[in-house]
Design a protein around this ligand. Sequence first.
Ligand SMILES: NC(=O)C1=CN([C@@H]2O[C@H](COP(=O)(O)OP(=O)(O)OC[C@H]3O[C@@H](n4cnc5c(N)ncnc54)[C@H](O)[C@@H]3O)[C@@H](O)[C@H]2O)C=CC1
Ligand SMILES: O=C(O)C1=N[C@H](C(=O)O)C[C@H](O)C1
Length: 238
Amino acid sequence: MNIAILGYGKMGKIIEKMATERGHSVPLKVGREGFVASDLDDIDVAIDFSLPSVAFENITACLKAGVPVVSGTTGWLEKKPEVEALCKEVNGSFLYASNFSLGVNLFFALNKHLANLMNPHDYRASMLEVHHTQKLDAPSGTAITLAEDLIDNSDSLSSWKLVEKNEDAEKGELPIRAERVDPTPGTHVINYSSEIDDIEIKHTAHNRNGFALGAVIAAEFLFENPGIQTMNNVLGLN
Ligand SMILES: NC(=O)C1=CN([C@@H]2O[C@H](COP(=O)(O)OP(=O)(O)OC[C@H]3O[C@@H](n4cnc5c(N)ncnc54)[C@H](O)[C@@H]3O)[C@@H](O)[C@H]2O)C=CC1
Ligand SMILES: O=C(O)C1=N[C@H](C(=O)O)C[C@H](O)C1
C-alpha cells in the first residue's frame, strides 16, 4: 500500500520503519507544514499520529479526499462523533484507537472482566497513568478508554476525574492520576483497594514498537475492510 504518515514525530518515524518492513511505501510524510488534498493522490491509507490541535482537520481532509484514515492521536475526542458522521456521509473508512498495541488491547479486555468481577465487592477503584514529559494531553487516551470500560461495568461509579490525589475524587468518581516522567513510553495501573488488601493490574510499554506495529496492521485491515472499524475487529477480540 501507499501510506501517508500525518505527524512525523516520535510515532510517525517508527510507523514509517514498520510500514516499510512490511512491504509498504510511504510517499507522503507530513509535519507542521500540513498538506493539501492533491498531496493525497495515489495514497491508499493515511495514518495520523499528530497533535490534538490538528488531528480533526487532518482526518476530515483525508475523508473528504476519499482516503481511509487510521487515527492514533489522542486529546481531540470531543470531535469524534463529527468525524464518524462525516465518514458515513462520504461512505469513507475510519479507525480510531487510543492504543494500538496488542498488549494494551488484551489489557482492555482484562480490565472489563476485572471490573465486572469486582462490582459486587467493597473496593475503591483508582487509576494511574505515567508518560514522558512531552505528552500534551492528560489523562492519556488509553486511561480514558480504561476508565470508560471500568465505569460501564460498575454500579457505584458514574464518571472519572483527573486528580492529584485519589482523595480528591467524590463518591461515584473514578480518580485518575497522571504522572510525567521521562522517558516512559506509557504505563497504566488499575488498583482496587480495601481495608484488608489491594488488587492491581498493570501494563508497561517498554518502547513504542507495539503502538506502531498495531497502527500499520490496522491500516492493512482498514484498506481491506472499509467503514468505521475498531481494534477489536482488527485483532478478532470481539
Ligand atoms: N493510539 C496510540 O497507540 C498512540 C497514540 N499516541 C498519540 O499520538 C500522538 C503523537 O505522538 P508522538 O509521535 O509521541 O508526538 P510527537 O510530538 O513526537 O509528534 C507529533 C508530530 O506532529 C507534527 N505536526 C505538527 N503539525 C502537524 C500537522 N498540521 N499535520 C501533521 N503533523 C503535524 C509535529 O511536527 C510532530 O512532529 C499523540 O497524540 C499521542 O498521544 C502516541 C503513541 C501511541
Ligand atoms: O502520547 C503517548 O506517548 C501515548 N499516547 C497514547 C495515549 O494517550 O494513551 C498511547 C500511549 O499510552 C502512548
